[in-house]
Design a protein around this ligand. Structure first.
Ligand code: BGC
Length: 442
């Protein structure tokens, strides 16, 4: 049988994403260090510890693996608390560390995509109220200026904030992230200040660097009404999408920041994105639930036919990524999938999840939607925030105690995809035979 191919556009970026706190290890300077040390905050009682020991230099091995695996780009984050450990101190040794990493990436042929804020804040910012404090956007801008000035010759592609919408929900609505609050009013302050911080960062980047590309990375959750014919299900689905997926993009379109019942104008946010960064993991069926005002009158469940991940944390719903891209294309900007992946220590679901999601990316790209790259979460297992080490998202596994890297078969699958710039029937037959008929129906 001839080998069928889903080919990706020329010059497509293939990479993986990590975040500083999740891979570096040994950081005592940010709010997550404090949080991990509070009893009961991390599900399995674990701590980030050495993480993947990138601060100790093991990024070399992981990025070498990435480059040998055919990747041509890498998204990582620069940790604010390392670069500015206190309000009046810049740590040049920390900047040197990142400079070395960037030089390493250049040698390996990996195009750097740099995130300037991935969930963590320096303790001095946190203790002053974090993103509830109206001064934080200004402080963030100073950090961004420092980093961009240091690395503008090496980096063109900047992600100001990682999932500000996810951060607001986790930190101020569900209380799973520091400061662990559950208060819509506080959440609104967070939304507004994150928006201001993003806008300040965006303008500073462009002031300092002519050829920069800047934007933020959006957590996009797929929502579908459970009963399509029922207007209340449709209404709460729409409400969730507006308040979770669309808040920041709406503000960037017209300056209006709206969250639940609060609203404000952040004019400086208008037009502050040069690309759309989509982070998609899973989707929910949504139904109306009159007794849950705190959840916007919604009940969410996974589609009954979707395969769940190892800990039931997420469902494999690839069409949701297509839905996300369909939404994103209306902004008429280049689109990057800046994160997508699944927790799976046994690596049984990951190969299926990977090819099925890439199939959706391919469909979208073949309508000539402007999709420029895909970054898998993640290159290697790393510290999963409030879920600690209980979830494993890596192409490569990690034995946390020994730092040994564990080769999973997804490493080879993703390498083939990146090197051949395509997903072929032969790869799917070999690595994900259960979904072969779905992707290549006879
Ligand atoms: C975050 C990552 C996280 C991943 C998997 C994303 O929402 O950006 O930091 O590790 O989800 O949980």
């Amino acid at each position: 049988m001839p080998d069928a191919m889903y080919r990706f556009p020329k010059g497509f970026l293939w990479g993986t994403t990590t975040a500083a706190h999740q891979v570096e290890g040994g950081n005592t300077l940010n709010n997550w260090f404090l949080w991990e040390n509070e009893p009961g905050r991390i599900k399995d009682g674990s701590k980030s510890g050495l993480a993947c020991d990138w601060w100790g230099g093991r990024w070399r091995e992981d990025l070498r693996n990435a480059a040998e695996g055919g990747q041509n780009a890498n998204r990582f984050s620069i940790e604010w608390s390392r670069v500015q450990p206190s309000s009046d101190r810049w740590d040049s040794a920390a900047l040197d560390h990142y400079r070395e990493m960037l030089a390493g990436m250049r040698q390996l042929g990996l195009k750097p995509v740099v995130t300037l804020h991935h969930f963590t804040d320096p303790i001095w910012i946190y203790e002053a109220g974090g993103w509830e404090n109206d001064e934080t956007p200004w402080h963030f801008e100073q950090f961004v200026r420092k980093v961009v000035t240091a690395f503008r010759d090496e980096v063109k592609f900047w992600v100001t904030l990682n999932e500000p919408n996810g951060l607001v929900v986790n930190a101020y609505v569900d209380g799973r992230f520091p400061p662990g609050k559950k208060d819509f009013k506080v959440a609104f302050r967070g939304v507004r200040n994150l928006m201001r911080g993003h806008a300040r960062a965006y303008h500073a980047i462009h002031e300092l660097q002519d050829d920069a590309i800047a934007g933020y990375a959006l957590y996009y959750r797929g929502f579908l009404p459970k009963k399509e014919w029922f207007f209340l299900d449709a209404m709460v689905t729409r409400m969730l999408s507006r308040n979770l997926n669309e808040i920041f993009s709406t503000a960037i379109e017209n300056g209006s920041v709206k969250f639940i019942l609060s609203r404000d104008l952040v004019k400086e946010a208008i037009g502050t994105q040069d690309f759309i960064g989509i982070q998609y993991y899973s989707s929910d069926l949504v139904s109306f639930n009159p007794v849950k005002p705190g959840e916007l009158f919604s009940r969410r469940e996974y589609p009954p036919d979707a395969r769940l991940s190892e800990n039931g944390f997420m469902a494999n719903v690839p069409q949701g990524l297509y839905q996300a891209l369909d939404w994103a294309r209306h902004f008429r900007l280049p689109i990057y999938i800046t994160e997508n992946g699944v927790e799976d220590s046994e690596d049984t679901l990951r190969p299926e999840y990977l090819v099925q999601h890439l199939h959706q990316v391919w469909r979208a790209a073949n309508f000539n939607w402007n999709i420029k790259g895909y970054f898998h979460w993640s290159q290697i297992d790393n510290f999963e925030w409030e879920r600690g080490w209980s979830q494993r998202f890596g192409l490569w596994g990690l034995d946390v105690a020994t730092q040994r890297r564990i080769h999973r078969k997804s490493v080879d699958l993703y390498a083939r995809i990146c090197k051949e710039n395509s997903v072929s029937s032969e790869m799917v037959r070999q690595y994900a035979p259960r979904v072969f008929d779905l992707l290549f129906p006879s």
